[in-house]
Design a protein around this ligand. Structure first.
Ligand SMILES: *Cc1c(COP(=O)(O)O)cnc(C)c1O
Length: 429
């Protein structure tokens, strides 16, 4: 496999773009080597600048749940561009989009469109703070909610109740208002809430975590969180930027039967265009300007081209329940196939999977939170990633990411993936 064009582009990119990329994980730093520059994609395949073909297991980090360049979405976008690209004024499509989101995700009674998942989460906590009149928020270690200052916090040792910034440029003031707890540890969370009684505006979490690798909530954990938030008057925010429209048409909240107060969305909702949204209970959302005093705005929010792509995507998902049945089958078949290979090779690595979200962790430990995810052998993962890439399989270039399978994967692709995995494991061990 030749990647000379990609390498040349990356060398040039590094002169003009920080680290050569517009989002850090794309630089392949966690796995070594030079990133692949993509030229086009169709269905389950990516094509790079050197003409290599790859089987897609990331799908733009989620949005391309139907596979690439789905004809209905292409048509919606090409129809929309006939009418100009942006107006900065209300449009019919925004109303249709809001109505559809609310019908698919019933906990959302009103919704505001934004341009990314980051914007959705930043706005949601502002609204929760405005609504409750409280300052602090709680997030979980290893959960990613975009790059807003308040979320770039990890708990260092001893920092159970006081956040420590994860990035320079995040002020101590902001960090002090972000409390962190380990995922799946109800006692730690309860203690944290108790120690900050009456001060916590919102608790935000990925109901199924994708950003420490795929990590599922323990049985009853989400309900216990719901109960705690209700009791303490804390706004419960499900960050479904990843899980929304993926784990079910109504997201993780539908799958687990939990009703959050607010929901943040992104990725799939734009069908590949830059879109995010946040919504929730009417009473809370009516705090948002101009209905209420909490300010949030956007020149390109609800952009007609983006709305067209997103609407086409959501309409398809809403009217084709077989997408989700198929994604369950794909996810479990890959899991069973990988498990069989692991067993045959005498390996005891952990696979976490739910529907079309999947992570093979290079560790014998069960992975239930960020600390257990970190027991993975990252050097081994890097070699495995390269061995898969060499076999034409495009995985997420980090151990701490979930894969996202698409509806475009046919049985033959699933088998190809299982075989490549077995060969790659044999090569790198
Ligand atoms: C990707 C992601 C975000 C951030 O969305 P962007 O569109 O990248 O800003 C927020 N929360 C979760 C759970 C995500 O996976």
């Amino acid at each position: 496999m030749q990647i000379t064009q990609s390498q040349a582009l990356f060398e040039k990119a590094k002169q003009y773009i920080p680290g050569g990329v517009n989002s850090p994980v794309r630089a392949f730093r966690a796995v070594g080597g030079s990133p692949i520059f993509i030229k086009s994609a169709k269905g389950p395949y990516l094509y790079d600048e050197d003409g290599n073909q790859y089987l897609e297991c990331i799908n733009s980090w989620g949005p391309m749940i139907l596979g690439h360049a789905h004809e209905l979405i292409e048509k919606a976008v090409s129809d929309a561009i006939q009418n100009s690209f942006s107006f900065g004024a209300p449009t019919r499509k925004e109303v249709e989009m809001a109505e559809l989101i609310i019908s698919m995700v019933p906990s959302v009674e009103k919704v505001r469109m934004v341009n990314s998942g980051t914007e959705a989460t930043m706005s949601a906590i502002r609204v929760a703070r405005g609504y409750t009149g409280r300052d602090k928020i709680i997030k979980f270690e290893g959960c990613y909610h975009g790059h807003g200052d308040s979320f770039l916090i990890a708990a260092g040792s001893g920092a159970v109740t006081m956040g420590v910034p994860d990035s320079p440029g995040v002020t101590k003031g902001v960090a002090n208002d972000t409390l962190t707890a380990p995922f799946n540890d109800l006692a730690a969370l309860t203690n944290l809430v108790e120690a900050n009684k009456g001060e916590v505006a919102a608790l935000i979490l990925e109901p199924v975590v994708g950003n420490m690798g795929c990590v599922l909530p323990n049985e009853g954990y989400l309900q216990a969180i719901r109960d705690l938030c209700t009791k303490e008057g804390i706004v419960l925010i499900f960050d479904e930027v990843m899980t929304g429209f993926r784990l079910a048409k109504g997201g993780a909240q539908e799958r687990f039967g939990i009703v959050p107060d607010m929901t943040t969305m992104g990725k799939i909702i734009g069908g590949g265009m830059p879109v995010g949204a946040y919504g929730g209970k009417r009473e809370i959302m009516d705090c948002v300007s101009p209905a209420g005093p909490v300010y949030q705005a956007g020149t390109l929010s609800g952009n007609p081209i983006a709305m067209s792509a997103g609407l086409a995507m959501l309409r398809y998902l809403d009217s084709h329940p077989e997408v989700y049945t198929r994604l369950e089958t794909v996810g479990t078949t890959i899991t069973n196939g990988f498990k069989a290979s692991l067993q045959q090779l005498g390996l005891n690595y952990t696979i976490n999977q739910i529907g079309s979200m999947f992570t093979l962790f290079m560790t014998d430990q069960p992975v239930t939170d960020f600390n257990s995810a970190k027991t993975s052998d990252l050097a081994l993962f890097g070699r495995y990633f390269q061995a898969m890439l060499k076999r034409g399989i495009y995985l997420a270039p980090s151990q701490f990411e979930s894969l996202f399978f698409s509806y475009a994967l046919e049985d033959q692709h699933v088998q190809q993936l299982i075989e490549a995995n077995e060969e790659a494991l044999k090569e790198v061990l």
